[in-house]
Ligand binder design. Structure first.
Ligand SMILES: *Cc1c(COP(=O)(O)O)cnc(C)c1O
Length: 402
């Protein structure tokens, strides 16, 4: 009998086909081996599983609902669109699902401090929340450019008790923040835990983050079956690094569902105008793992753009690279313009203001619904849009869209 997908992938070395692995500086090999072993033993222990289950229920407010978006479906005039409401998860997005798991593992390992980088600040806020919950120190590395841009999230992290370390070298954005956080971690790997913010990075993080996020998919599968008596015909999620998408998809990989990974097409198809790594990228190693990435001619990571800062990454989780190469998932896109329209449409027709990241998934689902009028579509609504309201209203006034 064939092994279920989740048991078979990744392999022992952290590979999904040829993608994944752990490309590490020698000083860190031992540390990552330890994290892997701890995850495989502690992470599967009864106490760990029960404690995480308790946190999900009483602190995060899970399960989040699956909701039939009737008015949006009728407006589009096609397939029935359902939403998995991760915007109702504590802190307003899916990211806390893996941050609580990572921080719990850090606690079991006796670590004192959580270290991470953040781009837009979403991962930083979720991790600072987890650190407050467990009483751990928290150090978030953030480029100076991003600190200026994402002021409210910087304030949130500080209120939550985290130390925000400004990164002042290079382009002063996410890539430099990764380097800076890694360096800080290297100084004291015994007492600190490096908490990666998506299904990216060296093994075991793509597997670990996927497993922590899979609660989204397993809840949704059962809820959808209870609501409709069937599995969804189609699944849709936006992909930055790919954690919310893997969270939803992972529970359905052995099912006959069509799966769509939606990438940000930004303002155009030229390099620098989008962050559609799977659509336009090629194989390469970045930040310690082999995947498909957007590269300049010399192989360095290309500049990226998306209206949603959470999707602004030149590579993608190795499991997404594998699943799309195997044609198990279809790669799709939504551009900035379609995304803004979907942001306003979902708000107006359902009273749900989505994060700009999630609005990419909604935008594509609206296109797909017209092509498949007799089917059902389950969208992962990864987060709420409060954080984006000022930006949207300033740059894309409601008069032009509502
Ligand atoms: C960070 C973020 C994303 C993108 O990250 P993935 O790892 O691709 O899920 C998507 N939606 C929201 C709301 C986010 O905060």
């Amino acid at each position: 009998m064939q092994k279920p997908y989740l048991k078979a992938f990744p392999d022992k070395k952290g590979y999904f086909g040829k993608f994944g692995g752990a490309f590490l500086p020698p000083q860190l090999e031992e540390q990552f081996k330890q994290i892997e072993e701890a995850y495989l033993t502690i992470g599967n222990s009864h106490n760990f599983i029960m404690e995480l289950r308790d946190i999900r229920k009483h602190y995060q407010g899970r399960p989040t609902p699956v909701y039939y978006a009737r008015r949006l479906s009728e407006y589009v005039g096609g397939a029935r669109i359902y939403l998995k409401r991760e915007d109702l998860n504590h802190t307003g997005a899916h990211k806390l699902n893996h941050c609580m798991g990572e921080a719990l593992l850090a606690k079991y390992l006796g670590k004192k401090k959580l270290i991470a980088e953040t781009g837009a600040g979403q991962h930083g806020v979720a991790l600072a929340t987890a650190a407050a919950y467990f009483g751990l120190e928290c150090e978030i590395h953030m480029g100076e450019v991003d600190i200026k841009k994402e002021h409210p999230n910087v304030i949130r992290m500080k209120i939550l008790g985290a130390k925000v370390v400004p990164v002042k070298f290079g382009a002063k954005t996410l890539k430099e923040a990764v380097d800076s956080a890694f360096e800080a971690y290297l100084k004291d790997p015994v007492n600190s835990f490096y908490a990666i913010g998506s299904v990216v990075g060296p093994h075991p993080f793509p597997k670990m983050v996927r497993d922590f996020q899979s609660v989204v998919g397993f809840e949704a599968r059962e809820q959808f079956l209870n609501m409709t008596g069937n599995l969804p015909d189609n699944l849709v999620a936006c992909v930055g690094g790919g954690s919310n998408a893997m969270g939803l998809f992972s529970a359905f990989l052995d099912d006959p569902c069509e799966i769509y990974a939606v990438e940000p097409l930004g303002t155009g198809t030229k390099l620098g105008e989008h962050a559609a790594s799977l659509t336009y990228g090629k194989e390469g190693v970045l930040h310690g793992f082999n995947s498909i990435m957007l590269q300049n001619k010399d192989g360095s990571p290309a500049p990226v753009h998306s209206i949603a800062s959470g999707l602004d990454y030149p590579s993608v989780g190795p499991e997404h690279a594998y699943l799309s190469c195997e044609n198990r998932t279809q790669v799709a896109t939504a551009n900035d313009k379609e995304t803004i329209q979907a942001f306003y449409d979902l708000s107006k027709y359902e009273g749900i203001i989505p994060a700009l990241e999630s609005a990419h998934a909604v935008a594509f689902a609206m296109k797909l619904a017209k092509e498949k009028p007799h089917e059902s579509i389950l969208v992962n609504l990864s987060g709420r849009g409060d954080k984006d309201i000022d930006f949207v209203v300033e740059n894309f006034p409601p008069e032009d869209y509502v």
